[in-house]
Ligand binder design. Structure first.
Ligand code: DGY
Length: 326
């Protein structure tokens, strides 16, 4: 029977789709597989259901002789060597759409957590420091009517924009390669990056990682941001130069940072822990029960579809592989 490797424990509804059709190997450890483990476990597989944190590079792809599909459990695609997969006729799929709402909600939660110092206030209360209502305790910022700058106006960015517009009446500017077809609906204005950085009271990064976005926000870009801005990243850590981010947060005490993603996950820069003006989450953008079940279903159905000779959904590496099946 053909084998499928699932690199982390995903919801059982996904695994059930594969059982009976494949010999399913699930990494049951509460950690990511090492590169050596991925190489070893994938060498004879038909499919890999991979996490966005697994490096599925040229070496892994060339080592897996029977590999027909890499089904990423997530929307991000920067962990897979797409050219190597395409060259070998291997499908590469992801799970967009189903995680848009959950990830945008998480992004907005981070904005609110930063604006009202929610994690810090929670720690304060738990530690017994609450001595009654105070006129100066945890003064934060209101979002109503202020300017939100969205870097990356794809599905997730546009959903954040909708929440900001309809929920908080925020002015929205965004930076994106192309114009959003929803900009009139949400009163958003496409601007140059420099303008967005200077004008925004709240900045959220929703962009994917690619050659254009790597280190898009470096020392110069942080120097343009307001000293009391809120800066949130739910895209990818490598879009931001962490040194520049830390420097800005250290020297501008009114600057508040909310992070769900980091450079070099999970080994993030430990200096972030020393920043009181930083809210840190462990990359949980899509982590709701409903969304994770839908992601499991899509990724595993895609493996099964390829086995049946069908074209899977959400193919990242172009139409060519699917056209060959038409
Ligand atoms: C993804 O799916 O790429 C997201 O980063 C998950 O939060």
């Amino acid at each position: 029977m053909d084998k499928v490797l699932i690199t982390r424990m995903i919801p059982e509804n996904g695994v059930e789709i594969l059982k009976g059709n494949f010999d399913v190997v699930v990494n049951k450890k509460d950690r990511n597989l090492t590169k050596g483990e991925i190489l070893e476990l994938s060498k004879d597989v038909f499919g890999i259901v991979s996490m966005v944190s697994d490096k599925i590079d040229k070496e892994v792809i060339e080592n897996a002789e029977n590999l027909r599909i890499i089904a990423n459990y997530g929307v991000g695609i920067n962990n897979v060597d797409i050219n190597s997969a395409t060259k070998r006729g291997i499908f590469f799929t992801n799970t967009p759409d189903v995680l848009t709402q959950a990830t945008a909600e998480l992004g907005f939660s981070l904005i609110l957590a930063c604006a009202r110092h929610i994690p810090q206030a929670d720690r304060f209360t738990r530690s017994g420091k609450f001595k009654g209502v105070s006129p100066v305790l945890f003064l934060g910022k209101e979002l109503y009517g202020v300017t939100l700058g969205i870097i990356g106006m794809g599905r997730i960015g546009a959903t954040v924009a909708r929440m900001a517009h309809f929920g908080f009446d925020m002015n929205i500017v965004y930076y994106n390669r192309t114009r959003s077809d929803r900009e009139n609906l949400i009163g958003a204005k496409r601007v140059e990056l420099e303008c967005l950085l200077k004008e925004s009271d709240v900045i959220i990064v929703c962009a994917p990682l690619n050659d254009d976005s790597r280190y898009m926000l470096d020392k110069k870009e942080f120097s343009l941001m307001k000293n009391d801005a809120i800066f949130v990243n739910i895209g990818r850590g490598e879009i931001v130069n962490t040194d520049a981010l830390i420097e800005k947060a250290q020297f501008s005490k009114g600057f508040v940072v909310g992070l769900d993603v980091y450079e070099n996950e999970p080994n993030f820069d430990k200096r972030l822990l020393e920043l009181n003006n930083c809210v840190m989450l462990p990359h949980v953008g899509s982590a709701t029960h409903k969304t994770r079940m839908r992601m499991a279903e899509i990724a595993c159905m895609n493996v099964l579809k390829v086995k049946k000779g069908e074209c899977p959904d959400f193919v990242v590496n172009g139409g060519e592989l699917c056209r060959a099946k038409d």
